[in-house]
Ligand binder design. Sequence first.
Ligand SMILES: [Zn+2]
Length: 187
Amino acid sequence: MASPEESGDSVEPVIDLKSDQFFMGEALREAQKAYLQEEVPVGAVIVHEERIIARAFNQVETLKDATAHAEMIALTQAQSALGDWRLSDCQLYVSKEPCPMCAGAIIHCRIQRVIFGCRDEKGGAAGGFINLLQQDTLNHCAEITPDILGEESAQLLRTFFEEARTKRKDRDLARGQDLGDFSYGSN
Ligand SMILES: [Zn+2]
């Protein structure tokens, strides 16, 4: 893939949004892996000194573990990589706004900044329905950068849930026929 590194004599921006997009692209690649394994497609990477030290995707179904969110797996990997539970100089990129469980873990690990793709107004804990990453009473706050490749992240989730609904409908129909349709539409 061609990457135009040379940008002439233009001045570098103070906040390097390009690198946020690059690392979010990597998180989205993880989300794609989840999608291919019929997992809710969320992916995460953790960056330390501009290097990826952890990459993970949601594996709740595969591991039969409701805590196996992409962020949780990535945090464990990053702690192993650095040999320290303190991830104070690390940035966590995740394709969807973290849930309350992951936000709690992020604060415990003292992640410096959380960058996410699409927002989750119902379940998000980085400002969606609650902001657990920035509570004055806690001993750590994480910076938040929302909406990086948000549309791509949301589209992947939409596709997944639409397909899951269709599959469920097909399954229900098949089952209804197996049972001679007596249970179908009786509610
Ligand atoms: Zn989570």
